[in-house]
Design a protein around this ligand. Sequence first.
Ligand code: SF4
Ligand code: SF4
Ligand code: FES
Length: 479
Amino acid sequence: MAKCTIDGREVEFTAGENLIEIARRVGVEIPYFCYHPGLSVVAQCRMCAVEVEKMPKLQTACSTPASDGMIVHTDSERAKSNQKSIMEFLLINHPLDCPICDKAGECDLQENSFKYGDAYMRTSEERRTYLDLDMGPVIKKNMNRCIHCTRCIRFGAEVAGVREMVAVSRGNNTEITTIDGRPLETDYAGNYADICPTGSLTLKDFRFHKRAWMLKKTATVCEGCSKGCNMEIQQDNNVIERCIPRPNMEINRYWLCDEGRFNYHYVNDRSRITAPTSLGGKTSWTSAVAAAKEALKGKKVLVLAGSDLTQEEAKLLIEFAPKAFPGSTLLHFGTPGITATTQDAPADTLLKRKSKTSNLNGWEKLGVKGADSIPAGTEAVLVIRGGRAELPNLDGVSTVVAIGVFNESEVAAAKVTLPGTSFSEKDGTIVNYEGREQRLRRSINPVGQSKQLGEILMLWTHSAAAAPRPMESVKGVVA
Ligand code: SF4
Ligand code: SF4
Ligand code: FES
């Protein structure tokens, strides 16, 4: 295998690999701005320039493929002097915004300035400023902070498939903007904030909520559709503040769609039912479970389970349903018009899929059939879901008992609601559309009095069927 030497370390590489990635593998950091592994290479910022023996000029590491026997120095005097010069050049027009900038703490410009820049500026001229432009509901633009790396332009054109970001004017007057100042159109706009190496493009949804260093991070999987994109949930004080993509070259590469990224809002929403309720009023777990059993006693029950529930939860329900309700039917639900994997298909050319639940394939593998409406004549329904599955129309069903994540308006007609956990409050397995098993990881504790499905079914199985009896009769039974 071909080998090159980076800062004295010999390293093997495969043809086509660039020097930034090879150096990263052996723990050598080469600073960069315009390079992004998911985008084309343009070599415009010059921050990554390194010295290569037998080459008279510095070479940009992002655009230089390694060759056998190549000897590279990333920390030579010439390379370090170039890094200092580039930092000074990029900061000539950069505002002193770090204390009020949402990107602080995770900003490439801030970090590279600290590690590779000089502590002093030689300029005192006023900074260039731009007017603000509204880019739509997802992204807040602040062009005073832009370093013209063009990652955003390339993301739109190469990944999102929309040429919506452009550079207008030239030289010192260059400005990144949308064509005609229009709002962003792509359903993947949140990625602009992820890839921008400065605070020029930030998420409206997140800005000024939390400092980046306050967030606790959990690696998990998006529940927004059957694709199973890898994501990280970031929370503080048991409140989810944002979700960002985790690279997985076989599923989502570096990206998330906006639907999946912002789906988490229901988890901490004030209208979510987080205490057991019976006939619309809050009650204790014991009374609510007893009332639920009473409501369904002796009835022919349809058990409807969201295909947003995990494999572990599905297996519990498959065991529970026939024991608790002999003769009952168990069906899964999730997306209107998509009751089987054969109906699931790509919803666009990038990531999104038609099934809006994460575990349709898993439920099907366990042999449960799907439905998106209630069979005529259904008298009683026990509906269980994680939070994402879309409820079928339950009008006309005389008895509804709900377990899981619901908001007040969704289950206003339910006799009893027993609050369960969302994808972010539990561990479990989901199976994506192509059969890939992935783990959901718990990132926050169950909100309010919500319980895991296993606990709820345990309570159900081991509690009395009617409302709690007076102490006298309990004593009588014991005697
Ligand atoms: S807005 Fe951000 S991503 Fe776009 S060119 Fe400027 S610094 Fe780069
Ligand atoms: S494509 Fe699906 S799994 Fe991926 S981020 Fe969007 S909703 Fe989530
Ligand atoms: S990262 Fe190589 S020139 Fe910008």
